[in-house]
Design a protein around this ligand. Structure first.
Ligand code: DLL
Length: 438
């Protein structure tokens, strides 16, 4: 039998609302009493924890945003003493400072349960062999999927990302039945399998749990046919927990939100106004059970809509449509969050370059994302030896790699070749065409 917590996932929606209200009240008190940043926000508008009596009072609570993490870097958002923290993860922040998140042992337990639900919704059982190609490390993907698979009792192969040839070899030799990785990596594995003439129809692989970056229905079709699997979308973000926030079932009609642990809202990103179910807008989460890092109305910047109609699978949790875009300028390159401001800060500190640059992102069919940064060199440098220019290129690429954690191609261009703009500068050309379909 595959893992399925029916009691939680098929809960009656009236009961769910009651549970959310109770848990919200506890979370508010915990946040107010233990996180000065939250207390400060409440006090500033004269809001008392007692004013929040249930979910109907949610709108009174001020939003939390990514910069709150930066302002309280590294551990200021934690609501428990460090001796209760058993795990720390981090993801990129807007200015190069990471967003740091912490977990108590209770939080790690909850995370494992929610990831078990996620993998269970695609039919994972303890008999499965899970090839976990999400990166292990500060990124939440690797350990998140790992603990979920272990919770089910499946056999986990902690292979982490990269080394495609080896991935395919292990997949064949170990008879992996489940794959966890980013959708772009799944595409690449599919392409490499085809090139190496691996017959995926004969492979044991059955299902893939893909997330950490936006993808499309077209990509789903390609991955499903290249790898001969069901490809399911999984969503999450470090601040909320990591993967396991929402997950697709085999109906493939949107991602069920783990509503007994998180309240989701959709707001107008410009005004902050809460929008009714079915409206497109920015996704906002409030955590209900988190101990180390309670999150109150956290603005994800992810654009989607919520469908609370019943699903054919029997789960009663509302579904979010696959993420359709972001309301800020964050790029996700091979699953890694990248802000143009991080690139800008590297260029500003590099002598010999002008503050004019262009970021070009592309993804050839079946290939991984590529990022190229075009940088104008200073007029004085143009006449210099090719060697000087090459070394400048290498220096910038090296610096960008150490700041972003991914490799980037750098192309030096002549002065005044990057188009100037009078309005908002267009710094990014994203050719991945993710937004042309839903
Ligand atoms: O990407 C957590 C994760 C790991 C999710 C593995 C799924 C699988 P962060 O690095 O903090 O956390 O990045 C969070 O990634 O706000 C979205 O913009 C984007 N994202 C995550 N999952 C999806 C998805 C992990 N399924 C940011 N579709 C989020 C589209 C996604 N975007």
């Amino acid at each position: 039998m595959h893992y399925w917590n029916r009691e939680a996932e098929c809960v009656d929606r009236d009961e769910l609302r009651k549970l959310q209200s109770e848990r919200l009240v506890t979370t508010i008190r915990h946040s107010y009493e233990n996180v000065p940043a939250y207390k400060h926000k409440f006090d500033k508008i004269g809001l008392k924890p007692d004013d929040i009596k249930g979910i109907e009072d949610l709108v009174k609570i001020p939003f939390t945003v990514k910069t709150d993490f930066r302002d309280n870097y590294p551990f200021g958002m934690f609501a428990v003493p460090m001796d209760r923290i058993v795990r720390i993860h981090a993801s990129s922040g807007t200015t190069g400072k990471s967003t740091v998140v912490g977990y108590t042992s209770g939080d790690v337990e909850t995370w494992a349960e929610l990831m078990a639900r996620t993998l269970g919704a695609g039919g994972t059982t303890k008999g499965d062999i899970v090839q976990n190609a999400y990166g292990y490390g500060l990124f939440t993907g690797g350990l998140g999927a790992h603990y979920g698979a272990e919770r089910i009792g499946a056999s986990v192969i902690p292979i982490s990302g990269g080394n495609t040839k080896r991935q395919l070899q292990i997949m064949e030799d170990f008879h992996s039945t489940v794959l966890c990785c980013t959708p772009s990596y799944a595409l690449m594995l599919g392409e490499s399998a085809r090139d190496a003439q691996v017959n995926m129809k004969k492979s044991s692989l059955r299902v893939a749990f893909l997330g950490a970056e936006p993808w499309t229905e077209n990509m789903r079709r390609e991955i499903e046919s290249a790898l001969c699997v069901d490809a399911l979308d999984i969503y999450g973000l470090s601040e909320v927990m990591g993967p396991g926030v929402s997950y697709e079932c085999m109906e493939k009609g949107g991602l069920h939100i783990n509503e007994d642990h998180f309240i989701a809202e959709i707001i107008n990103p410009d005004t902050g106004e809460v929008l009714p179910p079915g409206s497109h807008g920015e996704l906002v989460f409030t955590s209900l059970t988190k101990e180390a890092l309670p999150l109150l109305r956290y603005r994800t910047r992810d654009i989607t809509y919520i469908d609370d109609s019943p699903c054919g699978c029997g789960r009663s949790f509302a579904r979010m449509h696959r993420v359709m875009g972001r309301s800020d300028d964050m790029l996700i390159i091979r699953g890694v969050n990248v802000f143009p401001s991080q690139i800008e800060s590297v260029l500003i500190e590099t002598e010999g370059t002008e503050p004019h640059y262009l970021i070009v992102v592309d993804r050839a069919p079946g290939k991984m994302d590529e990022m190229e940064v075009w940088v104008e060199v200073s007029p004085e440098l143009v006449s210099d030896a090719v060697r000087t220019l090459e070394s400048l290129e290498r220096r910038i690429a090296h610096e960008l790699h150490s700041v972003l954690g991914i490799s980037v191609k750098v192309k030096l261009v002549e002065p005044k070749t990057i188009a100037r703009s009078e309005g908002k500068a267009k710094r990014v050309i994203d050719r991945r065409e993710l937004n042309n379909e839903s």
